[in-house]
Design a binder for this molecule. Sequence first.
Ligand SMILES: Cc1cc2nc3c(=O)[nH]c(=O)nc-3n(C[C@H](O)[C@H](O)[C@H](O)COP(=O)(O)OP(=O)(O)OC[C@H]3O[C@@H](n4cnc5c(N)ncnc54)[C@H](O)[C@@H]3O)c2cc1C
Length: 374
Amino acid sequence: MNISIIGGGITGLTTALALHNAGISTKVYEQAEKLSEIGAGLWLQPNAVQIIDWLGIKEAVINEGCILNKMEIVYPNLRPIKKIKRAVVEDQYGNQTIAIHRGILQRILYDRCKQFNLVELGMPYISHQKRNNKNQLHFRNKTVSSDIVLGADGINSQVRKAMDLPSEYRHTGQICFRGIANISLPDNLQCEGKEVWGDKRRFGFSQLSANSVYFFIVLNKEICPQELNTTSLAAMFKDFDPIVADIIEASGDMHTAELIDLKRLDNWHNSTVCLLGDAAHATTPNMGQGACQGIEDAFYISHYLKEFSTSQDAFKAFEMQRRKKVDYVVNNSWNFGRMVHNQTGQKLLKVIMKLTPEKVMSKQLNSLYSLEEL
Ligand SMILES: Cc1cc2nc3c(=O)[nH]c(=O)nc-3n(C[C@H](O)[C@H](O)[C@H](O)COP(=O)(O)OP(=O)(O)OC[C@H]3O[C@@H](n4cnc5c(N)ncnc54)[C@H](O)[C@@H]3O)c2cc1C
């Protein structure tokens, strides 16, 4: 049995390593000729960190990232909306959230895959057809024959299109700016991730490495400045703690995009092809779980492909396992994002947060962070 993975993003590369760990032969085909360290930061939460650990790369990730032992939603003056006694946010194994540059994480995964010859770059997938029980995969300059295809080619997945799965994007009307600032946070903020809520505005940040800070800004479209630059964006936060403007002013290029997600697909697979990560269930980033869910996909699909003798059975078990958590993340993230950027919605969320006992919050986090033992 050979398996082709389309897309060498976080999901595709993690899946290749997970399959390799399971003793299954696989190859990732990535369209880019070269993987450059583009993108901004990611917060890898304990569910993903457990898998990163299982893959043997946790140390490398920690060495190039920053462990965050507190994640908080705060008022513009950085006072927490809800004071949580249990300061350290971790799972039962002590895994915490790690902030890391997306490009650096991709490089760590790629370097590990390269050791086992698991990736071919410069391979843009065009389409595939089934012939004599095999999938013929057409790339720009080559055709490859494969028993099983895993589509990890992101929200605009070509594999999904070739599978004829009807899909629809959902637009939030919120614009997100993400960047890296070349500064260091004061000592008391070094190991914390913060999301600051204002009216129709949100700002998130954390230390990423010794001299860099990852940040994101989310603004309702209608309040976006006409001229976009660090000065105009910093001015949007003049009533926030001054650290916010300092971070924005110290940043280089920013990635700007409207936040969108993928409307729930009825199905992620057919008999020999299955979608993973953003290709199957792209989510808005409000729970910081998009890449984490792609990493969970890698963990489960590798187990099921090892356990079952047919891909059809493995894919069925995979979808059954993954649907509940993925739906929870995508729906909550969508609703949460809408409420935070609406005055009444934000007020309501604050009341809910204040009234929810810490025990209940911990229980919700535990179920998000836990993995099923397979
Ligand atoms: C503002 C923002 C903040 C976020 N913050 C977080 C966070 O804190 N934590 C978190 O877990 N997630 C976060 N996410 C989500 C996370 O970035 C994504 O969920 C994750 O990167 C998706 O990974 P993927 O590998 O599934 O898809 P992608 O990253 O899109 O990778 C797809 C890969 O496939 C390749 N490809 C595409 N088409 C083809 C083709 N035709 N042939 C060959 N290769 C192809 C691409 O080049 C790419 O390398 C955030 C997202 C946004 C927008």
